[in-house]
Design a protein around this ligand. Structure first.
Ligand SMILES: [Mg+2]
Length: 242
């Protein structure tokens, strides 16, 4: 295990598998947030909640992270679409919270011919939604995928479907085409987090449990990566042998 570097200018911290597992706080989470206080941003492929919701949820678990210090794939995807298509028509497959967030950003979610299809973590995904999304793409809508993750392990060890699995279904139906991914390992979330911290990627450390998303994304930007395994961040103290 690599020794943890406490002297970086900024830290990008993953959520699931790094600070939390389900609703259980992992062993080093409290220590980490205290050790790098004022120098961290939470960066997660969460494509279901808003930073406001997540900040509140973490508060109920006893972890204090302000919403301004949280960068999430779902809301960042909406921010990006609102920038590229101001007042645009969007078919959003996602949570009620994301739909409200998108409407607050001025996007129109019930237009008959959307400019964009955005798939996020939609627990109400259905045959009808699959048909509608594939149809809109066939009609020329641009396709945004909030996060590429296919699944994560549930507490019972069985896979819990994530946004990428829904995107795969849509692409299987509509046919292969270009699409834009917002979540890790793509650079958008990393860059936004560094901007919030006022630092360059080379001055930051990404702390996460997934080498394929956290690690690869950091590597591409010249950012250091600290792998979390089983919720352990610090190098364990070694007892001197006599
Ligand atoms: Mg993770």
């Amino acid at each position: 295990m690599i020794e943890f570097d406490l002297h970086a200018r900024g830290y990008l911290i993953d959520l699931d598998g790094t600070l939390l597992s389900g609703r259980t706080i992992l062993p080093d989470a409290r220590w980490l947030l205290k050790a790098v206080a004022g120098r961290h941003v939470l960066v997660s492929n969460n494509a279901e909640h808003t930073p406001h919701q997540l900040s509140h949820m973490l508060h109920t678990l006893g972890l204090e992270i302000a919403e301004e210090g949280i960068v999430l794939a779902g809301t960042c995807a909406i921010d990006r679409i609102a920038m590229s298509y101001p007042g645009g028509a969007v078919m959003l497959l996602g949570s009620h919270a994301l739909q409200t967030y998108a409407k607050d950003k001025g996007l129109c979610l019930d237009a008959p011919k959307p400019d964009v299809v955005l798939v996020a973590r939609d627990r109400q995904f259905s045959y009808a939604k699959l048909a509608a999304a594939a149809g809109a793409l066939t009609d020329g809508a641009e396709f945004y995928v909030a996060a590429p993750d296919l699944s994560h392990p549930g507490t019972d060890g069985k896979p819990v479907p994530e946004t990428g699995a829904l995107a795969a279904a849509i692409l299987a139906c509509a046919g292969a085409r270009d699409y834009i991914i917002i979540g890790k390992p793509e650079p958008i979330l990393f860059e936004l987090a560094c901007k919030r911290l006022g630092i360059e990627p080379s001055e930051a450390v990404m702390i996460g449990d997934n080498p394929q998303t956290d690690g690869l994304g950091a590597h591409r930007l010249g950012m250091r990566f600290h792998l979390v395994q089983n919720g352990i961040i610090r190098q364990p103290l070694r007892l001197a042998t006599v």
